[in-house]
Ligand binder design. Structure first.
Ligand SMILES: Nc1ncnc2c1ncn2[C@@H]1O[C@H](COP(=O)(O)OP(=O)(O)OP(=O)(O)O)[C@@H](O)[C@H]1O
Ligand SMILES: [Mg+2]
Length: 420
């Protein structure tokens, strides 16, 4: 009796405690911010919060009391369901908790891919039996967002790499083009240099030809006329005046041919150097053009390489031709100074000058202008010299600077020593 009373008292107390406990348990389950369910020792779903019933298990009905393996079979494909069931069994039997790592699978019931974070713990149920409680969190959107981020990062990386590759390819292409343009410019420069050299050679040849063949014939003709004149004096004195005129014409022609020949290539340049050649040239030009030319070049200017002297002579010649043709100036000054490592040539007139537009075009060296000044620049390039042109309504100045090769500098000092 006592014992049964004790027993009933003992029984009554756990009963209410049990109910309270169960109530608390259910409340906790419902308030939890994630899915929770309990699988009992018979592998049936004993409890599940509403969040879970309407969430992952939305297509499993009835649910409470349902065989867990059956429920898994509804939700997941066979192998996935078997895996889940195995870990539930493991936890139920050993009490070892289980934590899933990045579970993602395609649902069997709705054919969508879902991700879950879940963990299992063994608990003792109110009836004293063991069971497994599963907490899970639907991380599908989180995983999708992660995947999207990963993909966009990969895409971004790919784009950046592509961009980098493209930039490199473009840079290479540009470098190549640049090299081609530079090479073409170099070729052109070389070609125009060669044209100028050929032109000089040709002038030299024609000059020699004129001087040697035409000159020789004229000399012979002059001699012939001379002896003819002697005969005429004896046998037909009335023809003497006409004979003298013919002789004069031959001499005139001879002079002109010589001048043309010397202008094409002044022999004095090779024989006596720049100073003498320019003196001869300016004197002749002064007479022919009426321009008063003041030439300022030291007599002991010394010698420079033949090519260099020719370039300097041609520079003065072209500048003077321009003055004669374009400036309307009646005076001109040529000043040539040799310093230890440079020669400067200055050719100045007091004519009408060039328009600013023309000056700009000439300085840029583009097309649409004559070849005279461009030719001067080309000739100078060979010797690393430079040319500047200043011009306004009071006249034009051409200023040229040519470096003297260093191996000539030592030799240059000698002519400056006082002659003994
Ligand atoms: N001393 C100068 N005074 C005024 N204008 C000048 C003078 N020198 C050159 N110019 C102007 O500059 C232009 C270019 O000169 P450049 O010597 O290059 O060519 P060009 O004399 O016209 O022809 P080319 O020399 O090819 O026979 C000339 O056409 C002329 O208008
Ligand atoms: Mg010219």
């Amino acid at each position: 009796m006592g014992s049964s009373l004790r027993k009933s008292t003992e029984h009554a107390l756990p009963e209410s405690q049990l109910r309270r406990g169960q109530k608390t348990f259910s409340d906790l389950l419902e308030r939890a911010p994630f899915g929770i369910y309990v699988v009992d020792s018979n592998f049936r779903i004993a409890q599940m919060n509403v969040r879970s019933q309407n969430g992952a298990f939305r297509n499993v009905r009835p649910i409470i009391g349902r065989d867990f393996s059956e429920a898994m079979g509804i939700l997941w494909s066979e192998p996935v369901a078997q895996e889940i069931i195995a870990v539930f069994r493991q936890t139920l039997e050993t009490g070892e908790p289980y934590y899933s790592r990045g579970f993602t699978s395609t649902r069997h019931d709705v054919a969508v891919t879902e991700s879950y974070e879940w963990e299992l713990h063994r608990i003792t149920l109110p009836d004293g039996q063991k069971g497994v409680i599963c907490y899970y969190f639907d991380s599908t959107r989180l995983r999708q967002a992660e995947e999207a981020t990963r993909q966009s990062e990969a895409r971004y990386r790919e784009l950046a790499e592509n961009l980098d590759r493209e930039v490199q390819a473009r840079t290479m292409e540009l470098q190549l083009r640049n090299e081609q343009v530079l090479r073409a410019a170099e070729d052109l420069r070389e070609l125009s240099g060669r044209v100028l050299r050929v032109q000089d050679e040709e002038r030299r040849r024609i000059a020699r030809e004129l001087h040697d063949s035409a000159g020789q014939i004229l000399t012979a003709l002059g001699l012939e006329l001379g002896s003819l004149a002697e005969d005429i004096h004896k046998i037909a004195p009335q023809l003497e005046v006409r004979m003298a005129a013919a002789e004069e014409l031959v001499q005139q022609l001879h002079r002109e041919i010589r001048t043309t020949s010397y202008l094409l290539h002044p022999p004095l340049l090779d024989e006596a150097g720049l100073s003498s050649a320019l003196s001869w040239y300016t004197e002749g030009l002064s007479q022919r053009s009426g321009i008063q030319i003041h030439l300022d070049i030291p007599e002991d200017f010394g010698r420079l390489p033949r090519d260099m002297e020719l370039v300097m002579f041609r520079l003065v010649q072209e500048s003077m031709t321009n003055i004669h043709r374009h400036s309307e100036s009646v005076t001109a000054e040529i000043r040539i100074v040799r310093e230890s490592d440079t020669v400067t040539i200055e050719v100045q007139d007091h004519g009408k000058g060039m328009s600013q537009e023309e000056l700009r075009k000439i300085r840029e060296g583009g097309s649409g202008i004559g070849v005279g000044i461009r030719g001067m620049r080309e000739r100078l390039r060979q010797f690393r010299g430079d040319l500047k042109i200043e011009s306004d309504e009071s006249g034009t100045q051409v200023l040229v600077r040519i470096p003297v090769p260093q191996n000539l500098v030592a030799g240059f000092a000698q002519p400056l020593r006082p002659a003994i």
